[in-house]
Design a protein around this ligand. Structure first.
Ligand code: AMP
Ligand code: MG
Length: 487
Protein backbone atom coordinates (compact mmCIF):
# COMPACT_ATOMS: atom_id res chain seq x y z
CA UNK A 1 0.00 0.00 0.00
CA UNK A 2 1.25 3.40 -0.94
CA UNK A 3 1.19 6.82 0.64
CA UNK A 4 0.09 9.72 -1.55
CA UNK A 5 3.63 10.81 -2.35
CA UNK A 6 4.57 7.32 -3.51
CA UNK A 7 2.57 7.28 -6.74
CA UNK A 8 4.62 6.60 -9.86
CA UNK A 9 3.85 8.67 -12.94
CA UNK A 10 4.40 7.92 -16.63
CA UNK A 11 2.67 10.67 -18.60
CA UNK A 12 2.36 9.10 -22.03
CA UNK A 13 -0.36 11.36 -23.39
CA UNK A 14 1.44 14.52 -22.25
CA UNK A 15 4.48 13.36 -24.23
CA UNK A 16 2.47 13.58 -27.46
CA UNK A 17 3.01 17.30 -27.10
CA UNK A 18 1.26 20.59 -27.62
CA UNK A 19 -0.75 19.61 -30.69
CA UNK A 20 -2.77 17.29 -28.46
CA UNK A 21 -3.07 19.14 -25.18
CA UNK A 22 -2.10 22.32 -23.37
CA UNK A 23 -0.31 22.68 -20.08
CA UNK A 24 -2.69 24.26 -17.52
CA UNK A 25 -2.44 24.35 -13.74
CA UNK A 26 -5.49 23.53 -11.61
CA UNK A 27 -7.23 26.49 -10.01
CA UNK A 28 -7.62 25.63 -6.32
CA UNK A 29 -10.98 25.43 -4.57
CA UNK A 30 -11.52 27.39 -1.34
CA UNK A 31 -11.49 25.31 1.83
CA UNK A 32 -11.27 21.93 0.14
CA UNK A 33 -12.75 19.02 2.07
CA UNK A 34 -13.32 15.35 1.46
CA UNK A 35 -16.93 14.57 0.60
CA UNK A 36 -16.49 10.91 -0.29
CA UNK A 37 -13.76 8.57 -1.49
CA UNK A 38 -13.94 5.13 -3.07
CA UNK A 39 -11.66 2.62 -1.36
CA UNK A 40 -12.05 0.29 -4.34
CA UNK A 41 -10.86 3.03 -6.70
CA UNK A 42 -8.01 3.92 -4.35
CA UNK A 43 -6.92 0.29 -4.50
CA UNK A 44 -6.45 0.68 -8.27
CA UNK A 45 -3.61 3.09 -7.45
CA UNK A 46 -2.41 0.87 -4.55
CA UNK A 47 -3.30 3.73 -2.20
CA UNK A 48 -3.79 3.08 1.48
CA UNK A 49 -7.49 3.94 2.12
CA UNK A 50 -6.51 5.82 5.30
CA UNK A 51 -4.87 8.59 3.24
CA UNK A 52 -8.30 9.80 2.10
CA UNK A 53 -8.85 11.31 5.54
CA UNK A 54 -5.57 13.25 5.56
CA UNK A 55 -5.64 17.00 4.75
CA UNK A 56 -3.15 16.56 1.90
CA UNK A 57 -5.64 14.34 0.06
CA UNK A 58 -8.20 17.16 -0.15
CA UNK A 59 -5.41 19.57 -1.08
CA UNK A 60 -4.18 17.39 -3.94
CA UNK A 61 -7.63 16.68 -5.37
CA UNK A 62 -8.92 20.16 -4.59
CA UNK A 63 -6.26 21.72 -6.83
CA UNK A 64 -3.94 23.13 -4.12
CA UNK A 65 -1.01 20.77 -4.47
CA UNK A 66 0.49 18.76 -7.26
CA UNK A 67 2.97 15.91 -7.40
CA UNK A 68 6.32 16.96 -8.84
CA UNK A 69 5.93 14.37 -11.62
CA UNK A 70 2.37 15.34 -12.57
CA UNK A 71 2.01 17.22 -15.86
CA UNK A 72 -1.50 18.68 -15.91
CA UNK A 73 -2.84 19.03 -19.45
CA UNK A 74 -6.14 20.06 -21.02
CA UNK A 75 -6.83 17.80 -24.02
CA UNK A 76 -8.21 19.09 -27.30
CA UNK A 77 -11.02 17.25 -29.09
CA UNK A 78 -14.19 18.00 -31.02
CA UNK A 79 -17.33 16.00 -31.64
CA UNK A 80 -20.88 15.64 -32.83
CA UNK A 81 -23.29 17.12 -30.30
CA UNK A 82 -26.94 16.18 -30.82
CA UNK A 83 -26.09 15.23 -34.39
CA UNK A 84 -24.30 18.45 -35.36
CA UNK A 85 -20.56 18.85 -35.61
CA UNK A 86 -18.84 21.21 -33.13
CA UNK A 87 -15.35 21.92 -34.49
CA UNK A 88 -13.63 22.49 -31.18
CA UNK A 89 -14.39 21.24 -27.74
CA UNK A 90 -11.71 19.96 -25.37
CA UNK A 91 -11.25 19.80 -21.63
CA UNK A 92 -13.02 23.00 -20.67
CA UNK A 93 -12.98 22.27 -16.97
CA UNK A 94 -11.06 19.05 -16.55
CA UNK A 95 -7.35 18.35 -16.52
CA UNK A 96 -5.42 15.18 -17.12
CA UNK A 97 -3.06 15.46 -14.15
CA UNK A 98 -0.93 12.57 -15.32
CA UNK A 99 -0.82 8.81 -15.71
CA UNK A 100 -0.04 6.67 -12.69
CA UNK A 101 0.99 3.09 -13.00
CA UNK A 102 0.23 0.62 -10.28
CA UNK A 103 2.00 -2.47 -9.01
CA UNK A 104 0.03 -4.64 -11.42
CA UNK A 105 1.55 -2.60 -14.26
CA UNK A 106 -1.71 -0.86 -15.23
CA UNK A 107 -1.74 2.79 -16.18
CA UNK A 108 -4.51 5.00 -14.82
CA UNK A 109 -5.26 8.52 -16.01
CA UNK A 110 -5.83 10.91 -13.14
CA UNK A 111 -8.38 13.38 -14.45
CA UNK A 112 -9.50 16.24 -12.23
CA UNK A 113 -12.92 17.55 -13.26
CA UNK A 114 -13.89 21.05 -12.17
CA UNK A 115 -10.26 22.22 -12.07
CA UNK A 116 -10.79 25.70 -13.54
CA UNK A 117 -10.58 27.44 -16.89
CA UNK A 118 -8.56 26.16 -19.82
CA UNK A 119 -8.12 27.33 -23.42
CA UNK A 120 -11.15 25.12 -24.21
CA UNK A 121 -13.56 26.61 -21.66
CA UNK A 122 -15.51 28.54 -24.33
CA UNK A 123 -18.30 30.32 -22.39
CA UNK A 124 -17.90 28.19 -19.28
CA UNK A 125 -16.33 28.96 -15.92
CA UNK A 126 -14.20 25.83 -15.71
CA UNK A 127 -16.02 24.65 -12.63
CA UNK A 128 -18.23 21.74 -11.62
CA UNK A 129 -20.78 21.95 -8.82
CA UNK A 130 -21.08 19.60 -5.85
CA UNK A 131 -24.37 18.16 -7.12
CA UNK A 132 -23.02 16.98 -10.48
CA UNK A 133 -19.73 15.81 -9.00
CA UNK A 134 -21.59 13.59 -6.55
CA UNK A 135 -23.73 12.22 -9.36
CA UNK A 136 -20.68 11.35 -11.45
CA UNK A 137 -18.98 9.73 -8.47
CA UNK A 138 -21.98 7.61 -7.52
CA UNK A 139 -22.74 6.57 -11.10
CA UNK A 140 -19.20 5.52 -11.94
CA UNK A 141 -18.82 3.38 -8.87
CA UNK A 142 -22.37 1.96 -9.10
CA UNK A 143 -22.00 0.99 -12.77
CA UNK A 144 -18.71 -0.69 -12.03
CA UNK A 145 -20.30 -2.72 -9.25
CA UNK A 146 -23.00 -3.85 -11.70
CA UNK A 147 -20.31 -5.09 -14.08
CA UNK A 148 -20.84 -2.31 -16.63
CA UNK A 149 -17.61 -0.92 -18.14
CA UNK A 150 -17.10 2.64 -16.94
CA UNK A 151 -14.60 5.26 -15.90
CA UNK A 152 -14.04 5.16 -12.15
CA UNK A 153 -14.14 7.88 -9.51
CA UNK A 154 -11.59 8.21 -6.73
CA UNK A 155 -13.18 10.98 -4.71
CA UNK A 156 -15.25 14.12 -4.56
CA UNK A 157 -13.74 17.20 -2.96
CA UNK A 158 -16.18 19.89 -1.84
CA UNK A 159 -15.44 23.54 -1.15
CA UNK A 160 -16.81 26.93 -0.25
CA UNK A 161 -16.05 28.36 -3.73
CA UNK A 162 -19.23 29.96 -5.10
CA UNK A 163 -20.27 28.75 -8.56
CA UNK A 164 -23.20 30.24 -10.39
CA UNK A 165 -25.66 27.95 -12.18
CA UNK A 166 -29.46 28.51 -12.07
CA UNK A 167 -28.67 29.62 -8.55
CA UNK A 168 -25.49 29.98 -6.54
CA UNK A 169 -23.96 26.64 -5.69
CA UNK A 170 -20.60 25.41 -4.40
CA UNK A 171 -17.72 24.21 -6.53
CA UNK A 172 -16.38 20.68 -6.27
CA UNK A 173 -13.93 18.45 -8.04
CA UNK A 174 -14.18 14.79 -8.89
CA UNK A 175 -11.07 12.77 -9.57
CA UNK A 176 -11.81 10.40 -12.43
CA UNK A 177 -9.78 7.33 -13.30
CA UNK A 178 -9.66 5.59 -16.68
CA UNK A 179 -7.02 3.80 -18.71
CA UNK A 180 -7.49 6.56 -21.24
CA UNK A 181 -9.49 9.76 -21.68
CA UNK A 182 -9.31 9.61 -25.46
CA UNK A 183 -12.74 10.03 -27.03
CA UNK A 184 -14.19 9.47 -30.49
CA UNK A 185 -13.99 13.25 -30.70
CA UNK A 186 -10.19 13.20 -30.52
CA UNK A 187 -10.06 11.40 -33.84
CA UNK A 188 -12.71 13.67 -35.29
CA UNK A 189 -10.74 16.75 -34.31
CA UNK A 190 -7.63 15.79 -36.25
CA UNK A 191 -9.67 14.50 -39.17
CA UNK A 192 -11.77 17.64 -39.62
CA UNK A 193 -8.88 20.03 -38.98
CA UNK A 194 -6.96 18.10 -41.66
CA UNK A 195 -3.94 17.21 -39.58
CA UNK A 196 -3.09 13.75 -40.93
CA UNK A 197 0.28 13.50 -39.19
CA UNK A 198 -1.14 14.15 -35.76
CA UNK A 199 -4.06 11.91 -36.51
CA UNK A 200 -1.68 9.07 -37.39
CA UNK A 201 0.27 9.76 -34.21
CA UNK A 202 -2.93 9.55 -32.18
CA UNK A 203 -3.94 6.31 -33.89
CA UNK A 204 -0.51 4.79 -33.20
CA UNK A 205 -0.74 5.91 -29.58
CA UNK A 206 -4.14 4.26 -29.06
CA UNK A 207 -3.12 1.12 -30.92
CA UNK A 208 0.14 0.65 -29.04
CA UNK A 209 -1.13 1.46 -25.58
CA UNK A 210 -4.69 0.24 -25.60
CA UNK A 211 -5.07 -2.33 -28.38
CA UNK A 212 -1.60 -3.90 -28.65
CA UNK A 213 -3.06 -7.29 -29.64
CA UNK A 214 -4.41 -5.67 -32.84
CA UNK A 215 -0.80 -5.14 -33.96
CA UNK A 216 -0.69 -8.88 -34.78
CA UNK A 217 -3.57 -8.56 -37.24
CA UNK A 218 -3.03 -8.05 -40.98
CA UNK A 219 -4.78 -4.66 -40.77
CA UNK A 220 -4.10 -3.35 -37.25
CA UNK A 221 -6.27 -0.22 -37.51
CA UNK A 222 -9.21 -2.17 -38.85
CA UNK A 223 -8.79 -4.73 -36.06
CA UNK A 224 -8.74 -1.87 -33.55
CA UNK A 225 -11.93 -0.38 -34.98
CA UNK A 226 -13.56 -3.77 -34.81
CA UNK A 227 -12.59 -4.09 -31.17
CA UNK A 228 -14.06 -0.63 -30.46
CA UNK A 229 -17.31 -1.66 -32.18
CA UNK A 230 -17.46 -4.86 -30.15
CA UNK A 231 -16.82 -3.11 -26.86
CA UNK A 232 -19.48 -0.49 -27.56
CA UNK A 233 -22.03 -3.12 -28.53
CA UNK A 234 -21.37 -4.92 -25.26
CA UNK A 235 -21.43 -1.77 -23.14
CA UNK A 236 -24.72 -0.57 -24.62
CA UNK A 237 -26.25 -4.05 -24.25
CA UNK A 238 -25.46 -3.78 -20.55
CA UNK A 239 -26.98 -0.29 -20.32
CA UNK A 240 -30.18 -1.59 -21.90
CA UNK A 241 -30.31 -4.75 -19.82
CA UNK A 242 -29.90 -2.80 -16.56
CA UNK A 243 -31.96 0.26 -17.46
CA UNK A 244 -29.17 2.85 -17.63
CA UNK A 245 -29.85 5.98 -19.64
CA UNK A 246 -26.70 8.02 -20.40
CA UNK A 247 -28.49 11.13 -21.59
CA UNK A 248 -25.75 12.86 -23.65
CA UNK A 249 -24.31 10.38 -26.12
CA UNK A 250 -22.41 13.00 -28.08
CA UNK A 251 -19.29 11.64 -29.76
CA UNK A 252 -17.12 13.72 -27.43
CA UNK A 253 -18.59 11.71 -24.55
CA UNK A 254 -17.81 8.34 -26.13
CA UNK A 255 -14.64 6.66 -24.94
CA UNK A 256 -12.24 4.97 -27.31
CA UNK A 257 -12.14 2.14 -24.75
CA UNK A 258 -15.88 1.37 -24.82
CA UNK A 259 -16.47 2.48 -21.24
CA UNK A 260 -19.32 4.61 -19.91
CA UNK A 261 -17.95 8.10 -19.80
CA UNK A 262 -18.79 11.74 -18.96
CA UNK A 263 -21.84 11.56 -16.79
CA UNK A 264 -24.41 14.30 -17.16
CA UNK A 265 -28.16 14.04 -16.63
CA UNK A 266 -28.02 10.21 -16.65
CA UNK A 267 -30.66 8.08 -14.93
CA UNK A 268 -31.48 4.51 -14.14
CA UNK A 269 -35.04 3.59 -15.02
CA UNK A 270 -37.40 3.24 -12.09
CA UNK A 271 -40.57 2.14 -13.95
CA UNK A 272 -39.73 0.49 -17.23
CA UNK A 273 -40.17 3.01 -20.04
CA UNK A 274 -38.53 2.43 -23.40
CA UNK A 275 -39.17 6.05 -24.40
CA UNK A 276 -37.68 7.56 -21.26
CA UNK A 277 -35.67 10.76 -21.83
CA UNK A 278 -33.48 11.63 -18.87
CA UNK A 279 -32.06 14.82 -20.37
CA UNK A 280 -34.82 17.42 -20.31
CA UNK A 281 -33.06 19.61 -22.87
CA UNK A 282 -33.22 16.65 -25.31
CA UNK A 283 -36.54 17.76 -26.80
CA UNK A 284 -36.51 15.31 -29.68
CA UNK A 285 -35.58 12.33 -27.56
CA UNK A 286 -32.45 11.69 -29.60
CA UNK A 287 -30.90 10.07 -26.54
CA UNK A 288 -34.01 8.39 -25.17
CA UNK A 289 -33.53 5.00 -23.52
CA UNK A 290 -34.37 2.87 -26.55
CA UNK A 291 -32.56 5.20 -28.96
CA UNK A 292 -29.27 4.49 -27.24
CA UNK A 293 -28.93 1.37 -29.38
CA UNK A 294 -29.09 3.03 -32.84
CA UNK A 295 -27.22 6.07 -31.52
CA UNK A 296 -24.37 3.75 -30.54
CA UNK A 297 -24.11 2.82 -34.20
CA UNK A 298 -24.45 6.42 -35.34
CA UNK A 299 -21.56 7.40 -33.09
CA UNK A 300 -19.42 4.54 -34.35
CA UNK A 301 -20.15 5.71 -37.91
CA UNK A 302 -18.91 9.17 -36.96
CA UNK A 303 -15.72 7.57 -35.66
CA UNK A 304 -15.49 5.46 -38.83
CA UNK A 305 -15.68 8.62 -40.94
CA UNK A 306 -12.71 10.01 -39.02
CA UNK A 307 -10.79 6.79 -39.67
CA UNK A 308 -11.22 6.89 -43.46
CA UNK A 309 -7.63 8.12 -43.95
CA UNK A 310 -6.44 4.77 -42.53
CA UNK A 311 -9.07 2.22 -43.49
CA UNK A 312 -11.09 1.63 -46.66
CA UNK A 313 -14.73 2.66 -46.57
CA UNK A 314 -15.88 -0.84 -47.51
CA UNK A 315 -13.96 -2.43 -44.67
CA UNK A 316 -15.30 0.14 -42.20
CA UNK A 317 -18.86 -0.48 -43.38
CA UNK A 318 -18.47 -4.20 -43.00
CA UNK A 319 -17.26 -3.85 -39.42
CA UNK A 320 -20.01 -1.35 -38.61
CA UNK A 321 -22.45 -4.00 -39.77
CA UNK A 322 -21.35 -6.17 -36.85
CA UNK A 323 -22.61 -3.73 -34.26
CA UNK A 324 -26.32 -4.60 -34.21
CA UNK A 325 -25.99 -8.40 -34.26
CA UNK A 326 -23.33 -8.21 -31.56
CA UNK A 327 -25.49 -5.90 -29.50
CA UNK A 328 -28.49 -8.20 -29.88
CA UNK A 329 -26.53 -11.29 -28.90
CA UNK A 330 -25.13 -9.65 -25.75
CA UNK A 331 -28.45 -8.14 -24.81
CA UNK A 332 -30.39 -11.35 -25.23
CA UNK A 333 -27.78 -13.27 -23.30
CA UNK A 334 -28.06 -10.84 -20.38
CA UNK A 335 -31.84 -10.82 -20.45
CA UNK A 336 -31.95 -14.61 -20.47
CA UNK A 337 -29.81 -14.59 -17.39
CA UNK A 338 -31.98 -11.97 -15.76
CA UNK A 339 -34.94 -14.29 -16.37
CA UNK A 340 -33.03 -17.16 -14.78
CA UNK A 341 -32.56 -19.09 -18.02
CA UNK A 342 -29.41 -21.06 -18.68
CA UNK A 343 -30.14 -22.26 -22.22
CA UNK A 344 -31.06 -20.44 -25.44
CA UNK A 345 -34.22 -20.93 -27.46
CA UNK A 346 -35.31 -19.34 -30.70
CA UNK A 347 -38.31 -17.59 -29.12
CA UNK A 348 -36.50 -16.02 -26.17
CA UNK A 349 -36.37 -12.66 -27.91
CA UNK A 350 -40.17 -12.47 -28.09
CA UNK A 351 -40.43 -13.68 -24.49
CA UNK A 352 -38.31 -10.70 -23.42
CA UNK A 353 -40.12 -8.25 -25.70
CA UNK A 354 -43.52 -9.45 -24.48
CA UNK A 355 -42.52 -8.87 -20.87
CA UNK A 356 -41.14 -5.38 -21.55
CA UNK A 357 -44.30 -4.37 -23.34
CA UNK A 358 -46.41 -5.44 -20.36
CA UNK A 359 -44.06 -3.64 -17.99
CA UNK A 360 -44.21 -0.50 -20.10
CA UNK A 361 -48.01 -0.44 -20.05
CA UNK A 362 -48.19 -0.93 -16.30
CA UNK A 363 -45.21 1.13 -15.16
CA UNK A 364 -43.64 -1.82 -13.39
CA UNK A 365 -40.43 -1.20 -11.46
CA UNK A 366 -37.74 -2.54 -13.75
CA UNK A 367 -35.18 -3.51 -11.10
CA UNK A 368 -37.47 -4.96 -8.46
CA UNK A 369 -39.42 -7.09 -10.94
CA UNK A 370 -36.37 -9.19 -11.83
CA UNK A 371 -35.17 -9.38 -8.26
CA UNK A 372 -38.54 -10.66 -7.07
CA UNK A 373 -38.77 -13.10 -9.94
CA UNK A 374 -35.81 -14.92 -8.45
CA UNK A 375 -36.98 -14.77 -4.84
CA UNK A 376 -39.36 -17.67 -5.30
CA UNK A 377 -40.04 -20.48 -7.76
CA UNK A 378 -41.23 -19.29 -11.15
CA UNK A 379 -44.79 -20.35 -10.30
CA UNK A 380 -44.94 -18.56 -6.94
CA UNK A 381 -43.10 -15.49 -8.21
CA UNK A 382 -45.37 -14.81 -11.17
CA UNK A 383 -48.44 -15.34 -8.99
CA UNK A 384 -47.20 -12.64 -6.64
CA UNK A 385 -45.93 -10.23 -9.32
CA UNK A 386 -49.20 -10.40 -11.23
CA UNK A 387 -50.75 -7.68 -9.05
CA UNK A 388 -48.32 -5.11 -10.46
CA UNK A 389 -49.79 -5.43 -13.95
CA UNK A 390 -52.83 -3.59 -15.19
CA UNK A 391 -53.33 -6.08 -18.00
CA UNK A 392 -53.54 -9.14 -15.78
CA UNK A 393 -54.80 -11.41 -18.53
CA UNK A 394 -51.88 -10.34 -20.68
CA UNK A 395 -49.48 -11.02 -17.84
CA UNK A 396 -51.06 -14.42 -17.16
CA UNK A 397 -50.51 -15.42 -20.77
CA UNK A 398 -46.89 -14.32 -20.54
CA UNK A 399 -46.47 -16.11 -17.21
CA UNK A 400 -47.71 -19.40 -18.69
CA UNK A 401 -45.15 -19.09 -21.46
CA UNK A 402 -42.45 -18.24 -18.97
CA UNK A 403 -43.22 -21.12 -16.64
CA UNK A 404 -43.17 -23.57 -19.53
CA UNK A 405 -39.88 -22.10 -20.71
CA UNK A 406 -38.36 -22.40 -17.22
CA UNK A 407 -39.53 -26.01 -17.01
CA UNK A 408 -37.79 -26.80 -20.31
CA UNK A 409 -34.68 -24.95 -19.23
CA UNK A 410 -33.44 -27.46 -16.71
CA UNK A 411 -33.91 -29.14 -13.43
CA UNK A 412 -32.53 -27.09 -10.57
CA UNK A 413 -33.58 -26.34 -7.03
CA UNK A 414 -35.12 -22.99 -6.10
CA UNK A 415 -32.03 -22.34 -4.00
CA UNK A 416 -29.82 -22.65 -7.09
CA UNK A 417 -32.20 -20.57 -9.13
CA UNK A 418 -32.32 -17.78 -6.55
CA UNK A 419 -28.57 -17.71 -6.19
CA UNK A 420 -28.03 -17.55 -9.93
CA UNK A 421 -30.69 -14.89 -10.51
CA UNK A 422 -29.72 -12.70 -7.56
CA UNK A 423 -26.15 -12.68 -8.85
CA UNK A 424 -27.33 -10.83 -11.99
CA UNK A 425 -30.41 -8.98 -10.71
CA UNK A 426 -29.44 -6.11 -8.41
CA UNK A 427 -31.50 -5.20 -5.38
CA UNK A 428 -30.00 -1.70 -5.19
CA UNK A 429 -29.58 0.71 -8.08
CA UNK A 430 -28.76 4.40 -8.18
CA UNK A 431 -32.27 5.78 -8.32
CA UNK A 432 -32.44 9.50 -9.01
CA UNK A 433 -34.25 10.23 -5.81
CA UNK A 434 -31.63 8.41 -3.74
CA UNK A 435 -28.91 10.51 -5.35
CA UNK A 436 -31.07 13.58 -4.72
CA UNK A 437 -31.37 12.82 -1.01
CA UNK A 438 -27.62 12.34 -0.72
CA UNK A 439 -26.99 15.59 -2.59
CA UNK A 440 -29.39 17.60 -0.43
CA UNK A 441 -27.64 16.34 2.72
CA UNK A 442 -24.18 16.99 1.25
CA UNK A 443 -25.16 20.52 0.23
CA UNK A 444 -26.09 21.09 3.87
CA UNK A 445 -22.65 19.81 4.93
CA UNK A 446 -23.65 16.28 5.93
CA UNK A 447 -21.72 13.65 3.96
CA UNK A 448 -22.99 10.59 5.81
CA UNK A 449 -25.79 9.86 3.34
CA UNK A 450 -23.62 9.93 0.22
CA UNK A 451 -21.07 7.68 1.94
CA UNK A 452 -23.76 5.22 2.99
CA UNK A 453 -25.38 5.20 -0.45
CA UNK A 454 -22.00 4.66 -2.12
CA UNK A 455 -21.36 1.74 0.24
CA UNK A 456 -24.76 0.14 -0.46
CA UNK A 457 -24.33 0.52 -4.23
CA UNK A 458 -20.89 -1.05 -4.15
CA UNK A 459 -22.58 -4.42 -3.43
CA UNK A 460 -25.78 -4.14 -5.49
CA UNK A 461 -26.49 -7.86 -5.67
CA UNK A 462 -26.06 -8.55 -1.97
CA UNK A 463 -28.94 -8.01 0.45
CA UNK A 464 -27.59 -5.73 3.18
CA UNK A 465 -29.01 -5.68 6.69
CA UNK A 466 -30.81 -2.48 7.64
CA UNK A 467 -30.69 -1.06 4.10
CA UNK A 468 -34.28 -1.85 3.05
CA UNK A 469 -34.99 1.82 2.37
CA UNK A 470 -32.55 1.72 -0.59
CA UNK A 471 -34.43 -1.14 -2.23
CA UNK A 472 -37.83 0.51 -2.54
CA UNK A 473 -39.74 2.03 -5.40
CA UNK A 474 -39.36 5.81 -5.39
CA UNK A 475 -41.84 7.90 -3.42
CA UNK A 476 -44.16 10.03 -5.56
CA UNK A 477 -41.95 13.12 -5.30
CA UNK A 478 -38.98 11.12 -6.52
CA UNK A 479 -40.52 9.56 -9.60
CA UNK A 480 -39.97 12.04 -12.36
CA UNK A 481 -37.35 14.38 -11.01
CA UNK A 482 -36.07 16.93 -13.47
CA UNK A 483 -32.33 16.75 -13.25
CA UNK A 484 -30.67 20.01 -14.13
CA UNK A 485 -28.43 19.72 -17.17
CA UNK A 486 -26.17 22.47 -15.93
CA UNK A 487 -23.36 20.85 -14.11
P1 AMP B 1 -20.33 18.05 -21.49
O1 AMP B 1 -21.68 18.35 -22.00
O2 AMP B 1 -20.18 18.12 -19.98
O3 AMP B 1 -19.78 16.76 -22.01
O4 AMP B 1 -19.37 19.21 -22.00
C1 AMP B 1 -19.24 19.60 -23.34
C2 AMP B 1 -18.10 20.56 -23.49
O5 AMP B 1 -18.31 21.72 -22.70
C3 AMP B 1 -16.75 20.01 -23.04
O6 AMP B 1 -15.78 20.54 -23.89
C4 AMP B 1 -16.62 20.54 -21.65
O7 AMP B 1 -15.27 20.63 -21.21
C5 AMP B 1 -17.25 21.91 -21.76
N1 AMP B 1 -17.81 22.38 -20.51
C6 AMP B 1 -18.90 21.93 -19.85
N2 AMP B 1 -19.11 22.65 -18.73
C7 AMP B 1 -18.13 23.56 -18.65
C8 AMP B 1 -17.80 24.60 -17.73
N3 AMP B 1 -18.54 24.82 -16.64
N4 AMP B 1 -16.71 25.35 -17.99
C9 AMP B 1 -15.98 25.14 -19.08
N5 AMP B 1 -16.23 24.20 -20.00
C10 AMP B 1 -17.31 23.40 -19.78
MG1 MG C 1 -18.23 15.79 -22.16
Amino acid sequence: MKALDELTFDNRFARLGDAFSTHVLPEPLDEPRLVVASKAAMALLDLDPAVAETPVFAELFGGHKLWAEAEPRAMVYSGHQFGGYTPQLGDGRGLLLGEVYNEAGEHWDLHLKGAGMTPYSRMGDGRAVLRSSIREFLASEALHALGIPTSRALCVIGSSTPVWREKQERGAMVLRLAHSHIRFGHFEYFYYTKKPEQQAELAEHVLNLHYPECREQPEPYLAMFREIVERNAEMIAKWQAYGFCHGVMNTDNMSILGITFDFGPFAFLDDFDAHFICNHSDHEGRYSFSNQVPIGQWNLSALAQALTPFISVDALKEVLGLYLPLYQAHYLDLMRRRLGLTTAEEDDQTLVEGLLKLMQNSGVDYTLFFRRLGDESATLAVARLRDDFVDMAGFDAWAERYKARVARDGDYTQEQRRERMHAVNPLYILRNYLAQNAIAAAEAGDYSEIRRLHEVLSKPFEEQAGMEQYAQRPPDWGKHLEISCSS
